[in-house]
Design a protein around this ligand. Structure first.
Ligand code: ATP
Length: 298
């Protein structure tokens, strides 16, 4: 089942198509990374999905409800905005208890969510919190209604590596239990935690698939070999059908572009052993998400 589905969703501003025929699918239980350069339309998507902005055309179904007809689905969504605001003179607990009163959630939930974000024993006022602690508190407030879907707008962009790790670990802990939709431009974060990825540019979705499929689709089938004397086998390797091109050759390694990866994995060790050489290292050089991102958006 898909938790989010959009159908030709458009949001036009006077001089800008912020979303242009967006057809997005986010299956239940996945961690979905929504990637795009500045101005791609990530925040606009989130605002439309949360009923904070009206679509110009098209529709969307979230948790089975048409968002243009009902607002009940909002009850099942937890949202962390890109710049969350807090009352700095409250402690985390006082702040969340106040929110519970406003949104009608049992106050018993406060200790549960503080425990999840590791702020249960934190007695300081929010004004003295680090950015990482504030972001974790932001996730805690999003968790208060025990949402099925968490929407996080650039949750790691202002954090140092430790703060980023804490938020990413938290996101990973929801895998399978909640659907997490998070927007970001930090490709390494997506690569670390996401099951599925959507790449948006100029309001259009250029790619929407699992990380595994994306990597397969963009695989460059490039192999790096370390052998004790590669120059002795390079001509034989060049003649093999599975080899498209020898990209680099030197005293201890070869870099090959191959047509058939499986055949290369079988044949190369055979050739090396037959020549009485030793294979020290065999590596398939896969493109990083960063390589793919730039290829897709360029
Ligand atoms: N209220 C508005 N009025 C006019 N144009 C807007 C409005 N809100 C957004 N836009 C424009 O729509 C486009 C998409 O903006 P949006 O904030 O959704 O991008 P984004 O992908 O979230 O960018 P960033 O990563 O910089 O936050 C941008 O060109 C932006 O200037």
């Amino acid at each position: 089942m898909n938790v989010i589905e959009t159908y030709n969703l458009c949001k036009y501003y006077p001089n800008k198509k912020a979303l242009d025929d967006l057809n997005l699918e986010v299956p239940e239980g996945v961690i979905f990374g929504y990637l795009g350069p500045n101005g791609a339309g990530k925040t606009t998507t989130i605002r439309v999905l949360l009923n904070l902005a009206k679509p110009t055309k098209g529709s969307a179904v979230i948790l089975g409800e048409d968002i243009t007809k009902s607002r009940k689905y909002l009850r099942w969504i937890g949202y962390l905005p890109d710049v969350p605001n807090f009352y700095n003179y409250f402690t985390a607990k006082e702040y969340l208890v106040t929110l519970c009163e406003i949104i009608g959630v049992d106050k018993k939930r406060v200790d549960e969510v503080l425990e999840m974000v590791d702020l249960k024993n934190e007695k300081k006022r929010i004004g003295t919190f680090s950015r990482g602690m504030k972001q974790r508190l932001g996730v805690a407030q999003a968790l208060l209604p025990n949402p099925k879907l968490l929407i996080l707008d650039e949750p790691t962009s202002s954090l140092d590596p430790q703060g980023r790790k804490e938020i990413l670990d938290l996101i990973v802990s929801f895998r399978g239990e909640k659907t997490v939709f998070f927007s970001t431009h930090i490709l390494a974060d997506v690569e670390r935690v996401c099951d599925r990825v959507g790449i948006l540019k100029d309001g259009r979705l250029l790619l929407n698939d699992t990380l595994g499929n994306i990597k397969k689709k963009f695989s460059r089938r490039i192999i790096r070999l370390e052998v004790d004397n590669p120059l002795r086998i390079v001509e034989q390797i060049r003649r093999e059908d599975f080899v498209e091109e020898v990209l680099e050759e030197n005293q201890n390694s070869l870099i090959l572009k191959v047509r058939d990866l499986e055949m290369a994995q079988r044949r190369i060790p055979e050739i090396i052993v037959k020549e009485g050489l030793s294979l020290m290292h065999f590596e398939v050089l896969e493109p990083t998400l960063e390589d793919i991102f730039f290829e897709v958006i360029s």
